[in-house]
Each structure stands twice: as structure tokens, then as C-alpha cells.
Write a protein of this length. Structure first.
Length: 393
């Protein structure tokens, strides 16, 4: 078992009408002039943005709206937000939306006190030493960014999607009202649940195999997501099931399911290149890459994959050959992805064949020109990355 530090400073207000606590929370954490960051039209159409801003106005909290965040949030907009915050004396950032909006807030928060270009952090040229405080009104459970230390954005000029993790990026507070996720489409819901599950699975598939309590928490979370996604796809206003998914999204990425383990992140690294180049939905990209990754590495980690098959996917174990159990677990997860409407290969993800030249480009990007490996369960070099992309076709 690996020693660990568990740090989760975000205050969570969970339940119906949780967003009505935004103004008191902003005052509690020192927000006086707030940049309200949001995405497209959904928060306007639903009236959520007006309700949140109305609270701020009523409580005498100065604010500026900053909308237009897109999935796979863009570096250019982050730079615009940084300039705006400096010009207007912004001292707090409030995300109203999902992971893309929250990550945009974090990128802006890192950049405001930094003398250089915020992209330096994502390239590993510098580490954040400070950030403006961030709060969240979550509408889309998926990324877990509301409780995580991570942030991912895309340099649209070079089609590079990169992440940075820092304790300075953790939100001061997050309001989680499952009712705000009622309007998500079936595809968004399924992609979100896939992302949630993958955040846990990137930690669960670890070389460390003696932390039974963490394994049990992870397995329970994964089973809950599997069960509840079908319920909300059948009834989008099933509050109880929406609540399980929303809370699962936060727990999947706040470090709880990696205590005592060494996280892998291979599938996320491979997928970041897909969404950077092709601008696909992150959860769908993960669904398309995971079966190929699993088949590429599982033979060296039969015990872990067999445990996943039995404890998460409900596979009946083959007492004579655990490799059979492990392989069936991969097929069972692939079937689950299909049942909720997710792609399980690149052809289904993109709607066309991926060329050999595109595979080479993806592997070149992911390996930083052959200088970078990914993964800890099974470290992957450039040739391995290309092989997994090919297997995923």
C-alpha cells in the first residue's frame, strides 16, 4: 500500500435549491467583485444565470458576466478572462455550469497573479504559486472539477489539450443541486457517467493491490453509476438517481478512490489527444479508447481485471482460468457502454475510419515527440500509444 495525503478543502452544499447559498458563500470566502463564468445558452434559458446574478445584486456583490465557454475550453478565452480580471479588479471567480466552465475559471485564476503566460503551467514550464479563489454552481456532473485539483484546457492554435494539477486550483465551495442536471440530454448524461467512472477506473487499475477499503469504495461507486445511469435515461427527473450521479462525480475525482493506490491516467492522456485534435466529447472519447487500452494491458494484470469483472461488472468467475474472467469483464464493460449510447471505438466516435497518418500524429502528440511515456499500471511509450489507437479503430 502506498502512503498518501488526502486533502479536500472544498465546502460542498448539496441538495435542492443549493444554488441559493451562493451569495452567502461568496461573502464567507471573501468575494467582493466576481467574474461569473458560464457556457452557452442553457443557463440563460433555464433562468439559472439570472437567479444567481440576482442573488449577487441583492446582496450587494459586484459582478461581471463572462460567457461563451465551450466544451474542451480554449486557451484564447482564458487569456481574455485573465486580462478582464486584471482590468476590472476581479477578486473571485464563479463557475455556473459543468467541468468546462469550472476548468476555464481555474485557468483564469492561475493566470491573473502570474507574470508570464498561463499556458506555461500546462506545458510544465512553471507551477502555480497562487490563484484567485474559485466557486462553482454545478449543472453537469462529469468532470469532478468542482472538488478536484485538476484543470484541462485546449490550445486551439496547435490543437493541444493539456492539464495541470495544483492545490491552488481547488474550489473554495461548490453547490450541487441534482435538479439542475434534469435538462441534460441522454448523450450528455451517458458521457458524463462514463467520465465519472473513468476517473475512478484510472485509479482502480493500479499496481498497488492491498488497499481493500479503497477498492471497495471504488467498486461501490462504479456499481452505483452503472445502476443509476439507466434510471435517469428512463426518467430524466429521477431526483434520487440524479443525486447519486452528481455526488459520484465529485467523489470520483477528489482523491478518495486513490488513497493507497498509484493512479494511471493512460486513457485520459490518450483521449486528450482525440478531443484536442477532433474536438470530441471527453466522456465519449474515453469510452472509445478504454476497451482498446484494456485489451492491450490486461494480460499482465489478470488479477486486477478479474476483480473488476466480478466486483463491478457482475461476471461469474471462471475458477479454472482467471484470464477468462478478466477478458469477460472487458467485454461486459464494452456492452454497458453500448447500452447507454456511448461509442466503443474510434470509428463510432468520429463516424469514419481513422487514417494511419492520423494515428501517427496522435501518438506523436501524446508522447511529446517520443520523449514522454504515460501510465503507471503499464508504462506506455510512443509505439504502445500508436498500437492502442490502432486497436481502437
Amino acid at each position: 500500500m502506498k502512503g498518501f495525503t488526502y486533502y479536500t478543502p472544498t465546502e460542498v452544499v448539496f441538495g435542492r435549491n443549493a444554488e441559493e447559498q451562493v451569495a452567502p458563500l461568496l461573502k464567507k470566502y471573501g468575494g467582493h467583485k466576481v467574474l461569473v463564468v458560464f457556457g452557452g445558452g442553457s443557463v440563460r434559458r433555464s433562468g439559472l444565470l439570472d437567479r444567481v446574478c440576482g442573488q449577487l445584486a441583492q446582496e450587494g456583490i459586484d459582478y461581471l458576466p463572462f460567457g461563451g465557454v465551450v466544451p474542451n475550453p480554449r486557451l484564447g478565452m482564458a487569456r481574455e478572462g485573465i486580462d478582464l480580471c486584471r482590468k476590472e479588479g476581479i477578486d473571485f471567480l464563479l463557475a455556473v455550469g459543468g467541468g468546462s466552465v469550472i476548468d476555464m475559471c481555474k485557468a483564469i485564476a492561475y493566470g491573473v497573479p502570474y507574470a508570464g503566460d498561463v499556458w506555461d503551467f500546462f506545458l510544465g514550464r512553471a507551477k502555480p504559486q497562487a490563484a484567485l479563489p474559485v466557486g462553482c454552481v454545478l449543472t453537469f456532473p462529469a468532470s469532478g472539477s468542482e472538488m478536484s485539483d485538476s484543470c484541462v484546457i485546449t490550445d486551439e492554435a496547435n490543437l493541444d489539450k493539456r492539464g495541470v494539477s495544483s492545490p491552488f486550483g481547488r474550489a473554495r465551495f461548490a453547490t450541487l443541486n441534482p435538479e439542475l442536471s434534469y435538462t441534460l440530454t441522454p448523450y450528455q448524461t451517458a458521457a458524463g457517467v462514463t467520465d465519472i467512472m473513468m476517473h475512478t477506473m484510472e485509479r482502480y487499475f493500479s499496481r498497488e493491490d492491498d488497499m481493500d477499503l479503497t477498492d471497495g469504495i471504488a467498486e461501490a461507486l462504479l456499481r452505483s453509476m452503472k445502476e443509476n445511469v439507466f434510471k435517469v435515461l428512463a426518467d430524466p427527473q429521477d431526483y434520487r438517481s440524479r443525486a447519486q450521479i452528481m455526488w459520484g462525480g465529485s467523489l470520483s475525482h477528489n482523491g478518495l478512490t486513490e488513497c493507497g493506490l498509484v493512479r494511471d491516467w493512460s486513457c485520459h492522456k490518450l483521449e486528450h489527444e482525440l478531443s484536442g485534435v477532433f474536438d470530441v466529447t471527453h466522456g465519449a472519447g474515453l469510452a472509445a479508447i478504454w476497451p482498446a487500452w484494456a485489451r492491450y494491458v490486461y494480460a499482465k494484470h489478470i488479477g486486477r481485471f478479474a476483480q473488476f469483472a466480478v466486483n463491478v461488472m457482475g461476471v461469474q468467475p471462471d475458477a479454472s482460468d482467471p484470464a477468462v474472467t478478466a477478458a469477460e469483464g472487458i467485454r461486459a464493460f464494452e456492452r454497458f457502454l453500448r447500452e447507454i449510447g456511448m461509442p466503443v471505438n474510434l470509428h463510432e466516435l468520429l463516424g469514419r475510419e481513422v487514417t494511419e497518418a492520423e494515428i501517427d500524429d496522435l501518438a506523436e502528440r501524446c508522447s511529446r515527440g517520443g520523449t514522454f511515456t504515460i501510465g503507471t499500471l503499464e508504462p506506455l511509450a510512443r509505439a504502445d500509444m500508436a498500437a492502442i489507437y490502432r486497436l481502437a479503430r
